[in-house]
Design a protein around this ligand. Structure first.
Ligand code: SF4
Length: 434
């Protein structure tokens, strides 16, 4: 392989932007770069080579990726960086146009084309996966599929990441075992639409993959599902989640809306009635079932009556976790061309109304845990001796946390906490046993 003048032990900085799926892709690249002899560093200023695994599905993310690139371009202009690489979704989306505009980039590669990156660095390396600097080994994402066939009218992802394709059952199980050997206590299963897993492979369905994973993982490991499309959630899956196995009773099911006319123009292929049925059934199985969803306010055609349906829905369903975004008319999407878009100020006002109602609901749900015991995965301890962690109700990065005096506990372990106080999103307590 042709050497490109980089010393054997080269310091390399890899910035991973965007979603958890991109983070997994970055970890796969990091694993191979390590095996190829690169030292991964936490700051671009410490590095000789810097790579960005970009995000490009919406304008604010495009701007964030370009801003990160400009920082590296400056370091290169100062002679502090030898090589810059721009990888992933931004290149998937803007390819050749980007090459013309960013001449300082040395290495280009679409998502997951990591052989191309290694070749451009004059190296080769077998498959691997490594924790990125600053991330933890005990909570890991496991990508079970890539791409999406759903074509929601506001989303660019199918055109950036391609059609839906499941990873084989064996590949997913093998990676889960690898993550376990690297210290994973929680494995978060992700894809654009995990409920579609297996359909393109004739290897069974999502629940069969869960079966296979639960067989190889110790009972103490948490399995968490994310981003379930409501169209693919059925009673059997909910019963499995409530069944007390490794799969947590945590339902993350983005709805985006509950008004059927809006859902239809979003091309979400579900209804408000079905969404209510799913959440009600989950709670009928387990009153503690943790329910998470997201909504978009200000979608074209949304009037106050349609918006009020979201407020009535969250009030009736008493959801634990709700995220909300105001509509963004992303260039290249069908939704960007739809008429009767509410003013951005209206969308923002509706978002604030929704989130303030959810604060009250969330606090009601949190209060249910005061006086009870919760298993908590310890994430960290601050200099004052306050520890924080997550229970089954808290997914990484998006939900709340549980705070308690650290005592003897160690990050990356499970402890049992007695909850003494509830806040809108967080719980406070004390450790009752290591
Ligand atoms: S399910 Fe819809 S929103 Fe999610 S990635 Fe697919 S097209 Fe985009």
């Amino acid at each position: 392989m042709e050497e490109i003048g980089l010393p054997k032990r080269t310091r390399l900085f890899l910035l991973s932007l965007g979603c958890a799926k991109n983070q997994v892709d970055s970890e796969v690249l990091a694993g191979r770069l390590r095996l190829a002899g690169f030292d991964l560093v936490a700051e671009a200023e410490e590095a000789e080579v810097a790579l960005i695994n970009t995000c490009g599905f919406i304008q604010p993310a495009v701007e964030e990726s370009l801003a990160a690139y400009l920082d590296l371009e400056q370091l290169k202009a100062e002679g502090r960086l030898k090589k810059i690489g721009l990888l992933g979704c931004l290149f998937n989306r803007y390819g050749e146009e980007l090459r013309r505009e960013l001449p300082a980039v040395d290495i280009w590669a679409p998502s997951e084309a990591w052989d191309q990156v290694l070749a451009a660095l004059g190296r080769q390396a077998p498959p691997g996966r490594a924790v990125l600097p600053g991330m933890t080994a005990w909570s890991r994402y496991l990508k079970i599929a890539e791409g999406c066939d759903n074509r929601c009218s506001y989303c660019m992802i199918p055109s950036i990441r391609g059609p839906f394709r499941s990873r084989s059952l064996d590949a997913v199980v093998a990676e889960a075992e690898d993550l376990l050997s690297q210290g994973a206590l929680e494995i978060c299963l992700i894809a654009q639409d995990p409920t579609a897993w297996g359909r393109d492979r004739k290897e069974g369905e999502l629940i069969d993959l869960i079966d296979a994973l639960e067989k190889v993982l110790p009972e103490t490991v948490w399995l968490r599902l994310h981003y379930l499309h409501p169209q693919g959630v059925d009673e059997a899956l909910l019963e499995r989640m409530a069944g007390g196995g490794q799969l947590l009773p945590y339902l993350d099911m983005p709805l985006q809306h509950v008004d059927d006319r809006i859902l239809s123009s979003m091309n979400r292929r579900t209804t408000g009635k079905r969404a209510a049925e799913i959440f009600r059934y989950a709670r009928s199985l387990d009153e503690d079932f943790a329910l998470r969803t997201t909504f978009i306010t200000g979608f074209p055609g949304e009037d106050s009556r349609a918006f009020d349906k979201i407020l009535a829905f969250i009030d009736e369903q008493e959801l634990d976790r709700v995220g909300a975004f105001s509509f963004w008319p992303e260039e290249g999407t069908e939704a960007a061309l739809l008429p009767r878009r509410p003013r951005p100020s209206t969308a923002q006002r509706r978002l604030e109304t929704l989130m303030s109602l959810q604060e009250e609901i969330s606090l009601r749900r949190q209060n249910r845990f005061v006086g009870r015991l919760l298993q908590v995965l310890v994430e960290g301890i601050d200099p004052s001796g306050l520890a924080w962690g997550r229970s089954f109700r808290d997914a990484p990065e998006v939900d709340g946390e549980v705070q308690f005096p650290a005592g003897e506990v160690e990050p990356g372990t499970f402890v049992t906490v007695k909850v003494t106080e509830a806040l809108e999103h967080d719980l406070v307590g004390e450790v009752v046993q290591p």
